[in-house]
Design a protein around this ligand. Structure first.
Ligand code: AMP
Length: 429
């Protein structure tokens, strides 16, 4: 039997409902924040990710799904969402819009050739946000607030925000120089990857999983000592806004994040899931003021985040938060004879078009097993349609909980259900 590729998974049953709920809730939240939906291709030219995500990152050096297409072009399945959105921002000249900042959100699958384990897949789904045009720290704070509010709406309690500043380009340059000087006499003690990072981007050494406990890393110069006045001011302002929003944060000087493009604010939002290890990071993001320029656009500040759908689902399970509280349907239609089926289907469609979750027997069940099916579907009401009902256009409706019966004229059907079926939160999203 052919099996799914390693590191991927199928969605079905209750999991499908949960994912749809999360996506709807996120879309709804983004509407309230006044962000527009964007979609970019699943594959892009490989060069975009080399230039955008960075040549020194694990994502680009070890984890991309690269292929050569039939026209001999180097292509890559997107490992993250930001580079594609920035490419689109430049290509579609969105920087020319008068209504700056451009605020957008996206959702979709990402691909990384990682070692699969719990919370780490090769195809995984992210929901993310990017904003272009505002250099103001209030923008950083809004970006951090979005996943926090989203997680709060869902009822997650063990949420922690980790925060750091990587400073502006000048601060980064000075820090890089200090790191190069510091690591030079120790270069032979570092792992092979770090020797490479020393050449390409010494900041990445601090993020090394192999060397991280060595004294040479622990004693390395700290970035916060190299922030210039401008960068310090920006960082302080972000913290003030977070305090105003009552979002507690933990300052984490070792947080550098896996992507090369960040400047100033970087952050991660963690769930408190025991035994989840580094997989408890639900969301990461930050400011990337140089990225639009690096990818060939005009100098434009940017800030964004991405959150992982799979880890969010695990965190919800861990905190025992049941987002799909009821799975019930509104109405189940039972045609009592073969000849009634066209009329029954017409009634079913009309109910659906009027906003009721409606199903109809498609298995020619007898009446007894149809009532069993109605219970399995946890329907609120059952409609029985036989030849008498078809003739008189008066339908028999049964409340499936109280078993009370009603005879309702076809033209009063919608009004009857409008009065008797309350909309719940799932339908209002
Ligand atoms: P990143 O794009 O690496 O900053 O990741 C942002 C978020 O995406 C992380 O916090 C995770 O929730 C999720 N994520 C990243 N890589 C994976 C993966 N391989 N499998 C599942 N989720 C992932």
């Amino acid at each position: 039997m052919i099996q799914k590729p390693k590191g991927t998974y199928d969605v079905f049953d209750i999991q499908g409902k949960k994912i749809q709920y999360l996506e709807k809730l996120f879309a709804c939240l983004m509407e309230k924040y006044n962000y527009e939906y964007m979609r970019t291709p699943l594959f892009e030219s490989s060069e975009l990710f080399h230039r955008g995500v960075g040549d020194s990152t694990d994502i680009v050096t070890k984890e991309t799904y690269d292929f050569i297409d039939r026209g001999n072009r180097n292509m890559t399945l997107r490992p993250e969402g930001t580079a594609g959105i920035v490419r689109s921002f430049i290509e579609n000249k969105m920087y020319g819009r008068a209504s700056s900042p451009v605020k957008c959100w996206y959702t979709g699958p990402m691909y990384r050739y990682e070692r699969p384990q719990s919370g780490r897949y090769r195809e995984f789904y992210q929901m993310g946000v990017e904003v272009f045009g505002s250099p103001d720290p209030i923008m950083d704070a809004e970006i951090i607030s979005i996943p926090v509010q989203f997680f709060r709406l869902l009822g997650l309690k063990g949420i922690k925000v980790h925060l750091n500043s990587l400073g502006d380009q000048e601060s980064r340059k000075n820090y890089k120089k200090a790191l190069l000087e510091y690591f030079e006499p120790h270069i032979e003690t570092l792992c092979e990857d770090c020797k490479n990072r020393y050449q390409k981007n010494p900041l990445r050494i601090l993020d090394c999983k192999i060397d991280k406990d060595k004294d040479v890393l622990r004693n390395a110069p700290k970035l916060k000592d190299y922030l210039n006045e401008e960068s310090k001011k920006h960082y302080e302002a972000v913290k003030k806004y977070l305090e105003a929003l009552q979002i507690p944060y933990i300052e984490d000087p070792n947080l550098v994040r896996g992507l090369d493009y960040y400047t100033h604010t970087v952050f991660e939002v963690e769930a408190n899931v025991e035994g989840f290890g580094s997989q408890n990071v639900l969301c990461g993001g930050g400011r990337y003021d140089g990225l639009v320029e690096t990818l060939g656009g005009p100098k434009t500040p940017g800030v964004g985040f991405a959150l992982g759908m799979e880890r969010l689902l695990t965190a919800l399970e861990y905190e025992k938060i049941d987002i799909i509280k009821n799975q019930e349907i509104d109405i189940y239609v039972i045609p009592l004879e073969e000849t009634i089926k066209p009329y029954a289907l017409e009634i079913t469609t009309s109910l659906r078009m009027n906003g009721f979750i409606t199903d109809i027997d498609m298995m020619n069940r007898n009446i007894k097993s149809n009532f069993k099916q109605a219970d399995r579907l946890q329907t609120k009401y059952v409609i029985l349609i036989g030849s008498e009902e078809t003739k008189t256009k008066t339908l028999t409706i049964k409340n499936n909980q109280t078993k009370q019966e009603y005879k309702i004229k076809e033209e009063q059907l919608i009004q009857f259900f409008d009065q008797n079926i309350e909309e719940d939160i799932h339908e209002t999203i």
